[in-house]
Unconditional design. Structure first.
Length: 571
């Protein structure tokens, strides 16, 4: 019985073991391939400045140069960081929280750089190179707008004003209008230019014809009308009315030719006609000619400049002026030291009884800056400019002291033959820091010939400004006093100003007082003025100013009105 049970148990266990085993052996394990995504979902989180910021960034697989499609329109990824990407909205706007899909840009494998070579490997491998700055010669120029064209520049300005006496007060009304134009044009690829600077002026007054200075009130005043080729500091040719014939000479209607000698040195020759000295009209009664040697080296530490001019003139078919003049200046740091001198040669029989050779002008000037302070001084010695050409326009008393003779017209009185060298000097100290700026100084003028009858002047002046108080407010105060042989003068002005709308509007008001004490009068002449000025900048190219002042005094009671509109277009 036990054997039967045992056998049955064994058979049962064997059957279970047979049932537990699989009928077929399974194949070995094979990994299942997962398809790579072809795009990445993104979401717009912010929009600003024509760009959209989307998430995710490079951590989510969105990289630079990928294309993101939002609303059916493709947009280019221009930048990407770990957390976001920047999309340039060239195909149209999108909305915040709008979703889209980004293409996948494979990440480039970054290969490590090879280890650097030992420093000794490169010893003496190349010759020593010169620094580029050591071969450059930049020109010091005034600060200005770099965006403005240097080939085309124009300014148009219209101004008008007048003096209107109060009702019942003495004095005649006076009015003027002026249209100014300045033009610089370089229309060709070569350095050829045309420059014009002139004005149309009109005057109106009941007694205009009887007022002094009628010959100086020309209706057309041309300061410059010049066609030129080349560079002012190199090879150059200019034809027409020049503002400056040379470094020490003024207007000339003629020709200037200049050659570049190297080392910052130029040599020029000029010649032409002298315009009318009173009204500026073209005239042919006098010619001026000369040569100029000039040094200009802004590349050096002291930035030196100097000029020597030898020139002469002809009037009425005979030699007239014969002069040599020179000037120099150096600029150590932010300071300046300069000077000038002029030597003239006169005929033995000249009408002014001048010596054959005289120093007719000389001067020195300096400006030293130290921190917020600047100290400036100037001293000039000058004699009247004497020439037969000028004597044909002006009375004798303009050139020398005259000796009255019975029966001789005033404008034909002879000179006394004594020198009338004048000395003028100015000294001032200024301070400028933050919102405050102040200047105080003095000036003097005297006659070195020690003639008791010659006038002498000594005076002082000051000015002060506080600007940008609370970003908009300013205060101004100035005054001057002079003691002279024939008249003592005092003047003072106090004002307040306000700027508005990002400096597009400037409004100011002031009070002015002046006093004159003539040696020939028994009382002071007093004058009080209250006025205002408004300056408008409606655009970046237009400026409008208007000023009015009510004047009350011993000799005048009137209203002064002035205005200007200026247009400086950008090219």
């Amino acid at each position: 019985m036990r054997r039967v049970l045992s056998l049955g148990l064994v058979l049962s266990l064997a059957g279970e073991a047979h049932a537990a085993k699989p009928k077929h052996k399974p194949p070995p394990h094979v990994p299942v391939a997962v398809a790579k995504p072809t795009s990445i979902e993104v979401t717009v989180t912010e929009i600003a400045g024509g760009r959209a910021y989307v998430t995710p960034g490079t951590q989510g697989g969105v990289r630079k140069e990928a294309t993101i499609t939002i609303g059916g329109k493709p947009h280019r990824v221009i930048e990407a960081s770990a957390s976001y990407a920047v999309v340039l909205l060239e195909e149209g706007p999108v909305r915040e929280k709008e979703r889209g899909r980004s293409t996948i840009v494979e990440e480039q494998e970054v290969k490590p750089s090879p280890p650097p070579r030992a420093l000794a490997t490169w010893a003496h491998a190349w010759p020593e190179e010169r620094a580029p700055a050591s071969e450059q010669q930049p020109t010091f120029v005034p600060l200005g707008e770099a965006s403005r064209s240097r080939k085309w520049d124009a300014t148009l300005a219209f101004s008008a004003g007048g003096l209107i006496p109060f009702r019942g007060q003495p004095g005649a009304s006076f009015a003027y209008t002026e249209l100014d134009a300045k033009l610089h044009a370089e229309p060709f690829s070569v350095p050829a230019a045309l420059d014009f600077d002139g004005a149309l002026r009109f005057y109106a007054a009941e007694d205009l014809s009887s007022r002094v200075g009628g010959s100086t009130r020309s209706y057309l005043w041309i300061r410059e009308l010049l066609a030129s080729y080349g560079n002012a500091n190199g090879w150059y040719a200019g034809l027409g009315r020049m503002k400056y014939a040379a470094s020490t000479l003024g207007t000339l209607d003629g020709l200037r030719l200049q050659a570049k000698l190297g080392g910052g040195v130029t040599l020029a020759a000029f010649g032409g006609f002298l315009p009318n000295p009173l009204g500026g009209e073209f005239a042919v009664d006098a010619e001026r000619f000369g040569v100029e040697a000039r040094l200009y080296r802004p590349d050096l530490k002291l930035r030196p400049e100097a000029a020597l001019v030898l020139h002469g003139s002809m009037f009425d078919g005979r030699p007239d002026e014969r002069r040599a003049s020179a000037m120099f200046a150096i600029y150590p740091g932010h300071s300046r030291f300069g000077g000038h001198v002029e030597v003239s040669n006169f005929d033995a029989d000249n009408a002014w009884k001048a010596n054959a050779v005289e120093v007719t002008a000389a001067g020195v000037d300096q400006s030293i800056r130290f921190g917020p302070f600047e100290l400036s001084a100037r001293l000039d010695l000058i004699e009247p400019e004497r020439s037969r050409w000028l004597a044909s326009y002006l009375p004798t008393s303009w050139f020398c002291r005259t000796v009255a003779s019975p029966g001789t017209p005033t404008n034909a009185e002879p000179c006394d033959g004594q020198s009338s060298m004048r000395a003028t000097g100015t000294l001032d100290l200024s301070y400028s820091k933050g919102i405050a700026s102040f200047t105080i100084g003095g000036n003097t003028m005297g006659d070195l010939s020690h003639h008791d009858a010659e006038p002498n002047v000594f005076g002082g002046f000051f000015s002060g400004r506080l600007v940008r108080i609370a970003k908009h407010l300013r205060f101004e105060l100035s005054g001057s006093y002079s003691n002279a042989t024939y008249v003592n003068m005092f003047g003072g002005t106090a004002g307040v100003g306000l700027t508005l709308f990002d400096d597009a509007v400037d409004v100011s008001a002031y009070y002015r007082r002046s006093e004159l004490d003539y040696a020939s009068a028994d009382e002071w002449l007093e004058q009080n003025g209250v006025g205002g000025v408004i300056v408008l900048f409606p655009t970046k190219t237009i400026m409008v100013t208007a000023q009015t002042e009510a004047i009350v005094g011993n000799d005048v009671n009137a209203l002064l009105v002035m205005g200007t509109v200026a247009w400086h277009p950008r090219f």
